[in-house]
Design a protein. Sequence first.
Length: 304
Amino acid sequence: MVQVKNCLLIALPILLTIAVADRAAAQTTPPASTPPAASAPTQPVRRPGGLVPGQKRPPGDPVQIARGKTLYGIACTSCHGADLRGGDLGGPNLLRSQVALSDQDGELIVPIIQGGRQNSGMPAVPMSPTDAKAVAAYIRSEVGNIGSQGKPPSIGKPAPSILVGDATAGQSYFAAKCSSCHSPTGDLQGIATRISDPKLLQNTWVAGGRGRRFGPTVSAPGSRRTITVTITQPTGESVEGRLVRIDDFLVTLALADGTSRTVRREGDVPKVDVHDPMKTHRDLLAVYTDKDIHDVTAYLVTLK
Ligand code: HEC
Ligand code: HEC
Protein backbone atom coordinates (compact mmCIF):
# COMPACT_ATOMS: atom_id res chain seq x y z
CA MET A 1 0.00 0.00 0.00
CA VAL A 2 2.70 2.42 1.08
CA GLN A 3 4.73 1.48 -1.93
CA VAL A 4 1.86 2.01 -4.25
CA LYS A 5 1.22 5.40 -2.79
CA ASN A 6 4.84 6.52 -3.05
CA CYS A 7 4.87 5.35 -6.56
CA LEU A 8 1.83 7.40 -7.27
CA LEU A 9 3.22 10.57 -5.79
CA ILE A 10 6.36 10.19 -7.81
CA ALA A 11 4.37 9.33 -10.88
CA LEU A 12 2.11 12.36 -10.68
CA PRO A 13 4.38 15.04 -12.13
CA ILE A 14 5.36 12.72 -14.96
CA LEU A 15 1.78 11.89 -15.45
CA LEU A 16 0.63 15.47 -15.70
CA THR A 17 3.23 16.07 -18.38
CA ILE A 18 2.04 13.04 -20.23
CA ALA A 19 -1.57 14.05 -19.80
CA VAL A 20 -0.82 17.28 -21.63
CA ALA A 21 1.13 15.54 -24.35
CA ASP A 22 -1.64 13.03 -24.51
CA ARG A 23 -4.16 15.60 -25.47
CA ALA A 24 -2.16 16.46 -28.52
CA ALA A 25 -1.14 12.94 -29.38
CA ALA A 26 -4.64 11.63 -28.81
CA GLN A 27 -4.64 7.99 -27.89
CA THR A 28 -1.22 6.75 -28.64
CA THR A 29 0.68 4.81 -26.02
CA PRO A 30 3.18 6.91 -24.09
CA PRO A 31 6.26 8.03 -25.95
CA ALA A 32 9.54 6.19 -25.79
CA SER A 33 10.76 8.78 -23.32
CA THR A 34 8.90 6.97 -20.56
CA PRO A 35 11.59 5.84 -18.13
CA PRO A 36 12.28 2.13 -18.50
CA ALA A 37 11.73 1.53 -14.79
CA ALA A 38 8.18 2.76 -15.09
CA SER A 39 7.34 0.49 -17.96
CA ALA A 40 8.29 -2.84 -16.43
CA PRO A 41 4.91 -4.52 -16.14
CA THR A 42 4.53 -7.32 -13.67
CA GLN A 43 2.26 -9.45 -15.73
CA PRO A 44 2.30 -10.30 -19.39
CA VAL A 45 -0.80 -10.39 -21.55
CA ARG A 46 -3.66 -10.50 -19.12
CA ARG A 47 -6.00 -13.04 -20.52
CA PRO A 48 -6.41 -15.17 -23.55
CA GLY A 49 -9.42 -14.50 -25.73
CA GLY A 50 -10.20 -11.21 -27.41
CA LEU A 51 -6.94 -10.98 -29.29
CA VAL A 52 -6.18 -12.23 -32.74
CA PRO A 53 -3.42 -14.86 -32.47
CA GLY A 54 -0.07 -13.27 -33.01
CA GLN A 55 -1.42 -9.86 -32.07
CA LYS A 56 0.11 -8.74 -28.83
CA ARG A 57 -1.72 -6.63 -26.32
CA PRO A 58 0.58 -3.78 -25.36
CA PRO A 59 1.36 -4.05 -21.65
CA GLY A 60 -0.64 -1.68 -19.48
CA ASP A 61 1.01 1.67 -19.00
CA PRO A 62 1.82 1.89 -15.27
CA VAL A 63 1.53 5.66 -15.19
CA GLN A 64 -1.89 5.59 -16.82
CA ILE A 65 -2.96 2.81 -14.46
CA ALA A 66 -1.76 4.76 -11.43
CA ARG A 67 -3.77 7.74 -12.55
CA GLY A 68 -6.78 5.54 -13.20
CA LYS A 69 -6.46 4.10 -9.72
CA THR A 70 -6.54 7.56 -8.15
CA LEU A 71 -9.54 8.58 -10.20
CA TYR A 72 -11.28 5.30 -9.46
CA GLY A 73 -10.72 5.92 -5.74
CA ILE A 74 -12.36 9.28 -6.02
CA ALA A 75 -15.19 8.62 -8.41
CA CYS A 76 -16.10 4.95 -8.30
CA THR A 77 -15.17 3.46 -4.91
CA SER A 78 -18.36 4.45 -3.14
CA CYS A 79 -20.46 2.35 -5.48
CA HIS A 80 -18.07 -0.31 -6.73
CA GLY A 81 -15.87 -0.75 -3.66
CA ALA A 82 -12.18 -0.13 -3.03
CA ASP A 83 -11.46 -3.69 -4.18
CA LEU A 84 -13.86 -3.44 -7.15
CA ARG A 85 -16.09 -6.09 -5.65
CA GLY A 86 -19.11 -3.85 -5.18
CA GLY A 87 -19.63 -1.03 -2.72
CA ASP A 88 -21.97 0.53 -0.24
CA LEU A 89 -23.98 2.41 -2.83
CA GLY A 90 -24.90 -0.60 -4.85
CA GLY A 91 -22.56 -0.86 -7.83
CA PRO A 92 -21.90 -4.39 -9.08
CA ASN A 93 -18.66 -6.35 -8.70
CA LEU A 94 -16.43 -5.20 -11.56
CA LEU A 95 -14.01 -8.08 -11.17
CA ARG A 96 -16.71 -10.40 -12.45
CA SER A 97 -18.07 -7.97 -14.98
CA GLN A 98 -18.18 -9.22 -18.53
CA VAL A 99 -17.78 -5.64 -19.68
CA ALA A 100 -14.55 -5.25 -17.72
CA LEU A 101 -13.30 -8.61 -18.95
CA SER A 102 -13.94 -7.79 -22.58
CA ASP A 103 -12.77 -4.20 -22.60
CA GLN A 104 -9.69 -3.68 -24.76
CA ASP A 105 -9.00 0.03 -24.66
CA GLY A 106 -11.88 1.67 -22.87
CA GLU A 107 -14.34 1.14 -25.72
CA LEU A 108 -16.83 -0.64 -23.43
CA ILE A 109 -16.11 0.99 -20.08
CA VAL A 110 -15.76 4.62 -21.19
CA PRO A 111 -19.31 4.89 -22.60
CA ILE A 112 -20.65 3.56 -19.30
CA ILE A 113 -18.67 6.16 -17.36
CA GLN A 114 -20.08 8.76 -19.71
CA GLY A 115 -23.66 7.83 -18.93
CA GLY A 116 -24.58 4.79 -21.00
CA ARG A 117 -26.21 3.05 -18.03
CA GLN A 118 -27.98 5.95 -16.40
CA ASN A 119 -31.31 4.19 -16.65
CA SER A 120 -30.09 1.29 -14.53
CA GLY A 121 -28.55 3.34 -11.77
CA MET A 122 -25.04 4.14 -12.90
CA PRO A 123 -24.77 7.92 -13.20
CA ALA A 124 -22.70 9.70 -15.81
CA VAL A 125 -19.39 10.53 -14.16
CA PRO A 126 -17.96 13.68 -15.67
CA MET A 127 -14.32 13.22 -16.61
CA SER A 128 -12.27 13.76 -19.71
CA PRO A 129 -12.03 10.88 -22.20
CA THR A 130 -8.33 10.53 -21.32
CA ASP A 131 -9.18 10.16 -17.65
CA ALA A 132 -12.00 7.71 -18.37
CA LYS A 133 -9.58 5.58 -20.38
CA ALA A 134 -7.14 5.67 -17.50
CA VAL A 135 -9.85 4.39 -15.16
CA ALA A 136 -10.66 1.67 -17.68
CA ALA A 137 -6.97 0.74 -17.84
CA TYR A 138 -6.88 0.46 -14.06
CA ILE A 139 -9.96 -1.77 -13.99
CA ARG A 140 -8.48 -3.99 -16.70
CA SER A 141 -5.24 -4.27 -14.77
CA GLU A 142 -7.09 -5.36 -11.62
CA VAL A 143 -9.16 -7.86 -13.57
CA GLY A 144 -5.91 -9.03 -15.16
CA ASN A 145 -4.25 -9.50 -11.79
CA ILE A 146 -6.96 -11.88 -10.79
CA GLY A 147 -6.77 -13.75 -14.04
CA SER A 148 -3.04 -14.25 -13.89
CA GLN A 149 -2.57 -14.83 -10.21
CA GLY A 150 -5.81 -16.50 -9.31
CA LYS A 151 -6.48 -14.17 -6.42
CA PRO A 152 -8.13 -10.82 -5.90
CA PRO A 153 -5.65 -7.94 -5.86
CA SER A 154 -6.30 -6.39 -2.49
CA ILE A 155 -7.44 -9.36 -0.48
CA GLY A 156 -5.77 -9.65 2.89
CA LYS A 157 -4.64 -6.04 2.93
CA PRO A 158 -6.25 -3.88 5.61
CA ALA A 159 -8.55 -1.12 4.42
CA PRO A 160 -6.61 2.14 4.50
CA SER A 161 -7.59 4.51 7.27
CA ILE A 162 -9.04 7.76 6.13
CA LEU A 163 -7.57 9.90 8.87
CA VAL A 164 -3.92 9.73 8.00
CA GLY A 165 -3.60 13.30 6.78
CA ASP A 166 -2.02 16.37 8.29
CA ALA A 167 -4.72 18.83 9.34
CA THR A 168 -2.39 21.84 9.27
CA ALA A 169 -1.30 21.10 5.72
CA GLY A 170 -4.97 20.58 4.92
CA GLN A 171 -5.83 23.98 6.32
CA SER A 172 -3.23 25.65 4.08
CA TYR A 173 -4.48 23.70 1.10
CA PHE A 174 -8.02 24.78 1.90
CA ALA A 175 -6.94 28.42 2.17
CA ALA A 176 -5.27 28.18 -1.23
CA LYS A 177 -7.79 26.15 -3.22
CA CYS A 178 -11.16 26.25 -1.53
CA SER A 179 -11.55 29.50 0.36
CA SER A 180 -12.61 31.45 -2.72
CA CYS A 181 -15.93 29.60 -2.48
CA HIS A 182 -16.09 28.17 1.05
CA SER A 183 -15.45 29.31 4.56
CA PRO A 184 -14.82 27.25 7.71
CA THR A 185 -16.90 29.74 9.67
CA GLY A 186 -19.53 30.13 6.97
CA ASP A 187 -21.04 27.46 4.78
CA LEU A 188 -18.77 24.70 6.05
CA GLN A 189 -19.17 25.52 9.71
CA GLY A 190 -20.02 22.32 11.57
CA ILE A 191 -19.62 20.18 8.46
CA ALA A 192 -17.92 17.47 10.55
CA THR A 193 -20.89 17.46 12.89
CA ARG A 194 -23.36 17.22 10.04
CA ILE A 195 -21.29 14.47 8.44
CA SER A 196 -19.64 12.64 11.30
CA ASP A 197 -18.28 9.69 9.34
CA PRO A 198 -14.83 10.76 8.00
CA LYS A 199 -15.15 8.52 4.98
CA LEU A 200 -18.47 10.02 4.00
CA LEU A 201 -17.13 13.48 4.73
CA GLN A 202 -14.24 12.81 2.38
CA ASN A 203 -16.52 11.51 -0.36
CA THR A 204 -18.73 14.54 0.12
CA TRP A 205 -16.08 17.19 -0.18
CA VAL A 206 -14.31 15.48 -3.05
CA ALA A 207 -17.56 15.19 -4.97
CA GLY A 208 -18.79 18.61 -3.84
CA GLY A 209 -21.94 17.35 -2.17
CA ARG A 210 -23.91 14.35 -1.10
CA GLY A 211 -26.48 12.29 -2.87
CA ARG A 212 -26.47 13.07 -6.54
CA ARG A 213 -22.75 13.42 -6.43
CA PHE A 214 -22.29 13.70 -10.12
CA GLY A 215 -25.17 15.83 -11.22
CA PRO A 216 -26.48 15.31 -14.72
CA THR A 217 -26.78 18.25 -17.03
CA VAL A 218 -30.17 19.10 -15.59
CA SER A 219 -29.85 21.46 -12.67
CA ALA A 220 -32.32 22.22 -9.93
CA PRO A 221 -33.55 25.79 -9.76
CA GLY A 222 -32.27 28.11 -7.07
CA SER A 223 -29.42 26.04 -5.70
CA ARG A 224 -25.77 26.99 -5.48
CA ARG A 225 -25.09 24.34 -8.04
CA THR A 226 -27.54 25.66 -10.64
CA ILE A 227 -26.02 25.52 -14.10
CA THR A 228 -26.85 28.55 -16.19
CA VAL A 229 -26.37 29.21 -19.85
CA THR A 230 -26.15 32.30 -22.02
CA ILE A 231 -26.99 32.00 -25.70
CA THR A 232 -25.88 34.75 -28.02
CA GLN A 233 -27.11 34.89 -31.62
CA PRO A 234 -24.92 36.35 -34.38
CA THR A 235 -27.29 39.34 -34.35
CA GLY A 236 -26.20 40.05 -30.78
CA GLU A 237 -29.55 39.07 -29.31
CA SER A 238 -29.01 36.94 -26.22
CA VAL A 239 -31.01 34.95 -23.68
CA GLU A 240 -29.93 33.62 -20.36
CA GLY A 241 -31.47 30.99 -18.12
CA ARG A 242 -31.11 27.79 -16.22
CA LEU A 243 -29.71 24.97 -18.30
CA VAL A 244 -32.24 22.18 -18.76
CA ARG A 245 -30.62 20.12 -21.47
CA ILE A 246 -27.76 20.39 -23.91
CA ASP A 247 -26.26 18.32 -26.66
CA ASP A 248 -24.43 19.09 -29.89
CA PHE A 249 -27.63 20.04 -31.69
CA LEU A 250 -30.06 21.55 -29.21
CA VAL A 251 -29.93 23.49 -26.00
CA THR A 252 -32.94 23.96 -23.75
CA LEU A 253 -33.05 26.57 -21.05
CA ALA A 254 -35.62 27.65 -18.47
CA LEU A 255 -36.17 31.38 -18.44
CA ALA A 256 -36.83 33.56 -15.44
CA ASP A 257 -40.50 33.96 -16.42
CA GLY A 258 -41.08 30.21 -16.03
CA THR A 259 -41.19 29.38 -19.74
CA SER A 260 -38.55 27.35 -21.46
CA ARG A 261 -36.91 27.70 -24.80
CA THR A 262 -35.07 25.30 -27.08
CA VAL A 263 -32.50 26.64 -29.49
CA ARG A 264 -30.96 24.78 -32.40
CA ARG A 265 -27.16 24.69 -32.59
CA GLU A 266 -25.05 24.49 -35.69
CA GLY A 267 -21.38 24.35 -34.86
CA ASP A 268 -20.50 27.50 -32.98
CA VAL A 269 -23.73 29.26 -33.86
CA PRO A 270 -25.28 30.55 -31.71
CA LYS A 271 -22.62 31.09 -29.09
CA VAL A 272 -23.38 29.02 -26.01
CA ASP A 273 -21.71 29.84 -22.69
CA VAL A 274 -22.42 27.33 -19.96
CA HIS A 275 -21.66 28.32 -16.42
CA ASP A 276 -21.44 25.33 -14.10
CA PRO A 277 -20.60 26.23 -10.49
CA MET A 278 -19.48 22.65 -9.86
CA LYS A 279 -16.99 22.66 -12.71
CA THR A 280 -14.19 23.73 -10.39
CA HIS A 281 -14.90 20.77 -8.15
CA ARG A 282 -14.65 18.39 -11.05
CA ASP A 283 -11.53 20.06 -12.42
CA LEU A 284 -9.91 19.79 -9.01
CA LEU A 285 -10.40 16.01 -9.10
CA ALA A 286 -7.57 15.80 -11.54
CA VAL A 287 -5.32 17.98 -9.40
CA TYR A 288 -5.51 16.42 -5.93
CA THR A 289 -2.84 14.03 -4.84
CA ASP A 290 -3.68 11.31 -2.31
CA LYS A 291 -1.89 13.43 0.26
CA ASP A 292 -3.95 16.55 -0.52
CA ILE A 293 -7.12 14.53 -0.13
CA HIS A 294 -6.08 13.06 3.20
CA ASP A 295 -4.83 16.41 4.50
CA VAL A 296 -8.00 18.28 3.57
CA THR A 297 -10.13 15.55 5.15
CA ALA A 298 -8.03 15.70 8.34
CA TYR A 299 -8.67 19.44 8.40
CA LEU A 300 -12.40 19.29 7.64
CA VAL A 301 -12.86 16.74 10.43
CA THR A 302 -11.88 19.52 12.86
CA LEU A 303 -14.78 21.72 11.72
CA LYS A 304 -17.25 20.52 14.33
C1 HEC B 1 -23.81 6.06 -7.78
C2 HEC B 1 -23.22 4.76 -7.90
C3 HEC B 1 -22.18 4.50 -8.99
C4 HEC B 1 -21.03 5.19 -9.25
C5 HEC B 1 -20.49 6.45 -8.58
C6 HEC B 1 -20.37 4.45 -10.29
N1 HEC B 1 -21.11 3.37 -10.67
FE1 HEC B 1 -20.65 2.01 -12.12
N2 HEC B 1 -22.46 1.11 -11.86
C7 HEC B 1 -23.39 1.44 -10.88
C8 HEC B 1 -24.55 0.59 -11.04
C9 HEC B 1 -25.81 0.63 -10.17
C10 HEC B 1 -24.28 -0.25 -12.14
C11 HEC B 1 -25.18 -1.33 -12.74
C12 HEC B 1 -25.83 -0.76 -13.97
C13 HEC B 1 -26.53 -1.82 -14.76
O1 HEC B 1 -26.91 -2.85 -14.19
O2 HEC B 1 -26.67 -1.59 -15.96
C14 HEC B 1 -22.96 0.10 -12.62
C15 HEC B 1 -22.33 -0.52 -13.69
C16 HEC B 1 -21.02 -0.29 -14.07
C17 HEC B 1 -20.32 -1.03 -15.09
C18 HEC B 1 -20.88 -2.16 -15.91
C19 HEC B 1 -20.75 -3.45 -15.16
C20 HEC B 1 -21.38 -4.59 -15.93
O3 HEC B 1 -20.72 -5.61 -16.10
O4 HEC B 1 -22.52 -4.44 -16.37
C21 HEC B 1 -19.06 -0.51 -15.16
C22 HEC B 1 -17.93 -0.97 -16.07
C23 HEC B 1 -18.99 0.57 -14.20
N3 HEC B 1 -20.20 0.68 -13.56
C24 HEC B 1 -17.88 1.35 -14.01
C25 HEC B 1 -17.86 2.47 -13.17
C26 HEC B 1 -16.73 3.36 -13.06
C27 HEC B 1 -15.43 3.19 -13.80
C28 HEC B 1 -17.09 4.34 -12.18
C29 HEC B 1 -16.27 5.55 -11.77
C30 HEC B 1 -15.77 6.36 -12.84
C31 HEC B 1 -18.43 4.05 -11.73
N4 HEC B 1 -18.86 2.91 -12.35
C32 HEC B 1 -19.13 4.82 -10.82
C33 HEC B 1 -23.27 2.43 -9.94
C34 HEC B 1 -22.24 3.37 -9.89
C1 HEC C 1 -15.35 27.70 -7.57
C2 HEC C 1 -16.02 27.46 -6.32
C3 HEC C 1 -15.61 26.25 -5.50
C4 HEC C 1 -14.36 25.81 -5.14
C5 HEC C 1 -13.00 26.40 -5.53
C6 HEC C 1 -14.55 24.70 -4.26
N1 HEC C 1 -15.90 24.46 -4.10
FE1 HEC C 1 -16.72 23.12 -2.83
N2 HEC C 1 -18.57 23.58 -3.56
C7 HEC C 1 -18.85 24.58 -4.46
C8 HEC C 1 -20.26 24.58 -4.74
C9 HEC C 1 -21.00 25.54 -5.69
C10 HEC C 1 -20.84 23.53 -3.97
C11 HEC C 1 -22.28 23.09 -3.92
C12 HEC C 1 -22.90 23.74 -2.75
C13 HEC C 1 -24.33 23.35 -2.57
O1 HEC C 1 -24.76 22.33 -3.10
O2 HEC C 1 -25.02 24.11 -1.86
C14 HEC C 1 -19.73 22.93 -3.22
C15 HEC C 1 -19.88 21.91 -2.31
C16 HEC C 1 -18.91 21.53 -1.41
C17 HEC C 1 -19.11 20.69 -0.25
C18 HEC C 1 -20.43 20.11 0.20
C19 HEC C 1 -21.04 21.13 1.12
C20 HEC C 1 -22.23 20.60 1.85
O3 HEC C 1 -22.72 21.37 2.69
O4 HEC C 1 -22.66 19.47 1.60
C21 HEC C 1 -17.90 20.56 0.37
C22 HEC C 1 -17.63 19.83 1.67
C23 HEC C 1 -16.94 21.28 -0.42
N3 HEC C 1 -17.57 21.86 -1.50
C24 HEC C 1 -15.59 21.36 -0.14
C25 HEC C 1 -14.65 21.96 -0.97
C26 HEC C 1 -13.23 21.86 -0.77
C27 HEC C 1 -12.56 21.11 0.37
C28 HEC C 1 -12.64 22.58 -1.77
C29 HEC C 1 -11.17 22.78 -2.05
C30 HEC C 1 -10.35 21.60 -2.17
C31 HEC C 1 -13.71 23.14 -2.59
N4 HEC C 1 -14.91 22.72 -2.08
C32 HEC C 1 -13.52 23.98 -3.67
C33 HEC C 1 -17.94 25.46 -5.01
C34 HEC C 1 -16.57 25.37 -4.86
